[in-house]
Design a protein around this ligand. Sequence first.
Ligand code: Q46
Ligand code: ZN
Length: 307
Amino acid sequence: MIDVRRHNANFCRDCFLHHCREQVRKAIAEYSMIEPGERVLVAVSGGKDSLAAWDLLRDLGYEVDGLYLGLGIGEYSDASGEYARAYAQRIGGNLREIDLRADYGFDVPSGAKVAHRAPCGACGLSKRHLFNSAALEGDYPVVATGHNLDDEAAVLLGNVLRWDTEYLARQYPVLPGAPGFARKVKPLVRLGERETAAYCVLQGIDYIVEECPMAEGNRHLGYKDVLNALEERSPGTKAAFLNNFLDRAHARFDDVEIRQERADLQPCARCGSPTPGEVCAFCRLQERAQETPRDVPVAAPVVRERS
Ligand code: Q46
Ligand code: ZN
């Protein structure tokens, strides 16, 4: 049914599904991501990775609910929400929903414009804040995201090209919890995106194929292309690049700064989230965004062929 060249293996349907489960089970065990009995909140975008993460975690016996964040990115957001809801309905699962526009008075395009940030900057800030606060409010000790091996290898390449030691220290499949912070885990870190797509197809999970239109020109897509070219010539390069970093190099990037950052926090005056200042970055973004006109035009979704 599918070949996975880095494992030098061809799989039939059942063995491939077993392979996917095993990779997730191993990742969870290797990085102590989830303790038995812990409730997990998985951040779902309607894409293949996050829906596969939800499905695989359920399959491994975890108690998992979904969280969908409406980003207000035109047709892309409308469609992605539909896929997330359809999956939740199909499994009879609990999907929590937050809508940036309805609940916080702004969306990613307008927020980015007023904050003079790239859309992905405003989006990432909102996601980090809202996933964390939703987990704390709902009593979930763990937030899982669908970041896969390709995503993590591309981020690593970007961090290495700039020798961004702070980001290298943070780049790990688990970010421990702390007062005011749920634990963040990436259980798909051992699966490539071609595998998560195949998993969804074999399991009959419909997902949004279009990329977010804001991803156009996103540096990480360029890094993925470079890594795919290397992988084509030498299968296993991507996994070795990421896994050897995690095993041999990550510990060398001291995380004193991160621990210090977390130690110096106080509750945000508006929302109570831990922040180094008086008001957290998300609340400042919200304040500024609410003061500006709506309806920033959004480009049509971009379809990228993924092999
Ligand atoms: S960060 Fe950027 Fe993504 Fe947000 S604005 Fe779209 S591309 S969705 S993972
Ligand atoms: Zn705040």
